[in-house]
Write a protein that binds this ligand. Structure first.
Ligand code: NAD
Ligand code: GLY
Length: 369
């Protein structure tokens, strides 16, 4: 296995918007973590009620040498709060504290805090700098990287937002040690995703190391975060605004987003919905003749081992498949009402295509409770 150096840095190459993803234990307390970032004026840490008692003081202490003033806004916790009302709490805090356009926002938390802070940074005074400090596995391997920011709408997941890159991503692996087991599993869904879409060798590594990942062994987590970030950086550098290739990062997400919004935000975790959605997308790939049944079995087994659900929930007692189809039409990848799925069509290879409603219905019927 690859050995992690004390401070691994994965570059993300986006011209004048390039930045580094730092991955190591103990980054929050290390002054070198912040080297090169703006150092005067004000900072605002955006966090939530769960993460603040764990890591806020540590980040405040690290920022104290660089910023004259450090403001904090502590949001309610949960996917159901990823909305306009909560976003507005960030704007309220920025305005009440008379923050100017040099204020640096720090997103301290999981993907919900990161997505909302990034969107606030993109839009406050038409753009202020921000730094991602992701504290969940899911946010370290995916949501903090690549500049997708935004909020949910009652009618569709992540439907309102902006592409806006951070100045830096700080993945302190120590923060993963306080993560509840269910959240660790949710993060593993996004780790697993990178295998079938880009790196079958990595998929094999995850299979071999799943027990070590579930036991929170730091070198296993370090490699999983690093390899995931490398793959994501490679994709985003080629297609920052998702005009094509970047869509492969949404493997499992079309079914997954339908589960999340259909169940009500927060009932299934994002990673749980994506895990189950990957089983459904693998099954659809198989029904279309793109992969064989052994691939579907392989994905189902691994996702189950990660502690994730592999049977979809019923979203409607009368016409379950119809409800999935209705929800999946509200998806950023849909074109002229046609649902477009990310499917696997070869080793480490994903494609995007539509599928006949009848076939999608049969996959949903086969994959749901
Ligand atoms: P989350 O932000 O809700 O965090 C999960 C839970 O863990 C929360 O209760 C949080 O308070 C808690 N928590 C965070 N860090 C902790 C720690 N170190 N110890 C203990 N508890 C901790 O969920 P998430 O899984 O991090 O992110 C999911 C969100 O990310 C979704 O909204 C999803 O749409 C979004 N997402 C965005 C992108 C993107 O590219 N922007 C990619 C994937 C997912
Ligand atoms: N999580 C999908 C993306 O960043 O494009």
């Amino acid at each position: 296995m690859q050995v992690l150096t004390p401070s691994t840095s994965v570059p993300i190459d986006l011209g004048d918007r390039s930045y580094n993803i730092l991955i190591a234990p103990a980054l929050l307390g290390d002054p070198a973590t912040l080297a090169g970032l703006p150092s005067s004026g004000a900072a605002m840490i955006v966090t939530n009620v769960t993460v603040a008692p764990l890591y806020l003081q540590k980040l405040r202490a690290a920022l104290a040498d660089r910023f004259k003033t450090i403001h904090t806004v502590t949001l309610p916790d949960g996917e159901e709060y990823k909305n306009w009302q909560t976003l507005n709490l960030i704007f309220d805090a920025l305005l009440v504290n008379e923050c100017d356009r040099k204020t640096v926002l720090f997103a301290l938390g999981g993907g919900v805090v990161g997505d909302m802070t990034g969107f606030a940074a993109a839009s406050y005074m038409r753009g202020v700098p921000f730094v991602q400090v992701p504290t969940t596995l899911l946010s370290q391997v995916d949501s903090s990287v690549g500049g997708k920011t935004g909020i949910n709408h009652p009618l569709g997941k992540n439907m309102i937002g902006a592409f806006y890159q951070p100045l830096r991503v700080v993945c302190d692996l120590d923060t993963l040690m306080t993560l509840p087991a269910r959240e660790l599993s949710a993060g593993l869904a996004e780790v697993i995703k990178y295998g079938p879409i880009a790196d079958l060798e990595f998929l094999g590594w995850i299979e071999v190391n799943m027990d070590r990942l579930l036991a929170c062994e730091v070198d296993a987590l370090a490699y999983a975060v690093k390899r995931s970030c490398e793959i994501k950086a490679w994709v985003v550098a080629q297609d920052e605004r998702e005009s094509g290739l970047r869509a492969i990062l949404n493997f499992g997400h079309t079914f997954g987003h339908a589960i999340e919004s259909g169940m009500g935000y927060g009932v299934w975790l994002h990673g749980e919905a994506v895990g189950c959605g990957m089983v459904m997308a693998a099954q659809l790939s198989c029904e279309l003749g793109l992969v064989d049944a052994s691939f579907v079995r392989r994905m189902r087994t691994l996702i189950q081992r990660a502690g994730l659900p592999v049977i979809g929930p019923r979203l409607n007692p009368e016409d379950n498949a119809g409800r999935y189809l209705e929800l999946m039409r509200v998806d950023k990848k849909a074109e002229a009402g046609e649902i477009r799925f990310v499917l696997i069509d070869g080793p480490s290879r994903a494609c995007m295509r539509g599928a006949p409603d009848g076939l999608v219905r049969s996959v949903i019927d086969a994959c749901c409770a």
